[in-house]
Design a protein around this ligand. Structure first.
Ligand SMILES: Nc1nc2c(ncn2[C@@H]2O[C@H](COP(=O)(O)OP(=O)(O)OP(=O)(O)O)[C@@H](O)[C@H]2O)c(=O)[nH]1
Ligand SMILES: [Mg+2]
Length: 499
């Protein structure tokens, strides 16, 4: 029944079940319900079921009403439910029951109006420039700590991408649902959370298949984003140079291609990205063939850039200047270390993937010996394959390095995992043949006992990238590994800067 009181459709079920067809895109806007009430009969005097309440939320109904039917078909007690705006008690819905229709005095028009008002209020005062809100979804069969760690990283990623995170929902599953990944009950919980908080995005800490994205989008009418897409989104925001932009677009298109099966509504949300970035709606209209053509063209452009890099590299090699590359997990402090070592000003930020484009600086050791130090894009767990491929040119520079500085955030509770992940990626890029110094950074956040313990157990060199006074050990190690045969005097002064 519509809000005006007109019967929209009549559904016949059996004494246990009715199957409510999806009323389609009926929702009238964010923070609004779909304007439909579902009135149905209960034959066994049972209360509104879990299923009824799930439908209430997932379909975005104004009301779910059940009418008990007596022996002779006479109407008995009536139960009705509507969802509740966000509240401190954490209640999801209001359930009411009246003994018979004569005692039903509620003005439903008014009730729904004020409910929509309140749902809308969670978005009030937020202009277009303000952040979109998202709810995070963790699905795993792994141990709780693992899900928690992973969700924390997803949270950082979401924040880096400019989204406001209002909460997260975890579901532990032995087996995931092929269609929605998660159970229908959990899905309705998520939709409700979004309605209550004015959120428009669900971010899954899980790789979603194109089909899952489609069914989730259709079922929830929210933007559905997975971890890979989130990372792509951040890269898209950060890319500054021509090369960076090409690489990101290439990765986005490659991600998109298998998802371009048919034109449907889920697609436009998918490719709209957060805040409508990404390849965009108009480009979306292009069919697979055009996407492939664009991929080919971008690849060709990248090839040219690669050639130029190659030339520069050859020049550098000819001059015989050793190259030291800084690698490590994102946010470990790589750019900060480069800046402090060479007194330069590469952008540093407390967010993931602050650096996308590599930068190189010169560092002068005593006896007029120079090295080139390069800073690179950070690594992360499950770095999307498409991104790895697209960034192959950037990462290729690493092949030339004479020494790697693997920078670690020693103050992170996830440090050991992060070290393993970086080492795996280095192996994958066949960089494990290059000597590495493990640089334990951010030791200003540890006490000296912890620092000494870690340096010993991990065989790392402790520093605080913010404080050049802590660099003596690192510089000595670098010098020793770069010029192993020369007897190197202890460095008593910091290296001089040279451009
Ligand atoms: N306390 C402390 N903070 C540090 C230290 N080194 C870096 N940071 C902070 O850590 C954050 C990340 O530093 P960046 O240098 O941008 O890290 P990055 O490894 O280049 O990160 P991406 O480029 O995003 O991969 C910044 O807020 C830095 O100020 C350190 O030794 N101690
Ligand atoms: Mg950086």
């Amino acid at each position: 029944m519509s809000r005006k009181g007109e019967v929209v459709s009549v559904i016949v079920g059996d004494d246990r079940n009715i199957l409510i067809p999806d009323p389609g895109r009926f929702r009238l806007g964010l923070g609004r319900l779909n304007g439909l009430r579902c009135l149905h009969t209960h034959l066994h005097g049972e209360p509104l079921s879990r299923e009824d309440l799930t439908d209430l939320v997932l379909l975005g109904l104004d009301l779910m009403v059940s009418i008990e039917v007596g022996e002779e078909g006479s109407p008995g007690p009536i139960a009705y439910a509507h969802i509740l705006p966000e509240n401190s008690r954490g209640e999801k819905w209001s359930l009411q029951r009246v003994p018979d229709v004569g005692q039903l005095h509620t003005d439903f028009q008014e009730l729904i109006d004020s409910l929509e008002d309140e749902l809308g209020r969670s978005r009030e005062g937020r202009t277009l420039q303000q952040k979109e809100r998202a709810v995070l979804v963790g699905v795993s069969s792994g141990p709780v700590w693992q899900i928690k760690d992973s969700l924390e990283e997803l949270h950082d990623l979401a924040v880096s991408s400019g989204v406001e995170v209002v909460g997260s929902v975890v579901q532990r599953l032995k087996q995931t649902d092929a269609r929605y990944l998660i159970g229908k009950g959990k899905l309705s919980e998520l939709v409700l959370r979004c309605l209550q908080t004015g959120s428009t995005i669900l971010i899954f800490d899980h790789e979603l298949t194109p089909a899952q994205v489609r069914s989730l989008t259709d079922a929830t009418e929210l933007k559905i984003i997975d971890r890979s897409q989130l990372i792509l989104d951040i890269f898209a925001r950060r890319a500054v140079t021509r090369e960076g932009k090409i690489q990101v677009e290439l990765a986005q298109l490659k991600y998109l291609l298998p998802r371009l099966a048919t034109k449907n509504t889920a697609m436009s949300r998918l490719t709209g990205g957060i805040g409508g970035r990404g390849p965009g709606e108009t480009k979306l209209e292009i069919n697979r063939r055009r996407v492939r053509e664009r991929i080919t063209r971008l690849n060709r452009e990248l090839e040219q850039i690669r050639q130029q890099r190659e030339d520069r590299r050859r020049l550098r090699n000819a001059r015989g200047i050793p190259v030291i590359s800084i690698v490590g997990y994102t946010n470990a402090g790589k750019s900060t270390l480069l800046n402090s070592l060479t007194r330069s000003h590469v952008a540093v930020e407390d967010r993931l993937f602050a650096t996308l484009d590599p930068s190189s600086r010169r560092l002068r050791f005593p006896r007029e010996r120079d090295v080139i130090i390069t800073d690179t894009v950070g690594f992360i767990r499950d770095l999307p394959e498409d991104l790895m491929e697209a960034f192959a040119a950037t990462l290729e520079e690493l092949q030339d390095a004479d020494l790697l500085l693997h920078v670690v955030d020693a103050s992170s509770p996830r440090m050991e995992d992060q070290i393993t992940i970086v080492e795996e990626i280095l192996r994958k890029l066949q960089l494990d043949r290059i000597p590495v110094v493990l640089v334990l950074n951010k030791t200003d956040r540890l006490d000296s006992l912890q620092t000494a313990g870690l340096s010993k157990s991990l065989k790392g060199v402790p520093v605080s990238a913010l404080n050049p006074k802590t660099f003596a050990g690192l510089l000595q190690e670098m010098e020793h590994l770069i010029w192993p045969r020369s007897s190197t005097p202890l460095i008593s002064t910091a290296p001089r800067l040279s451009q």
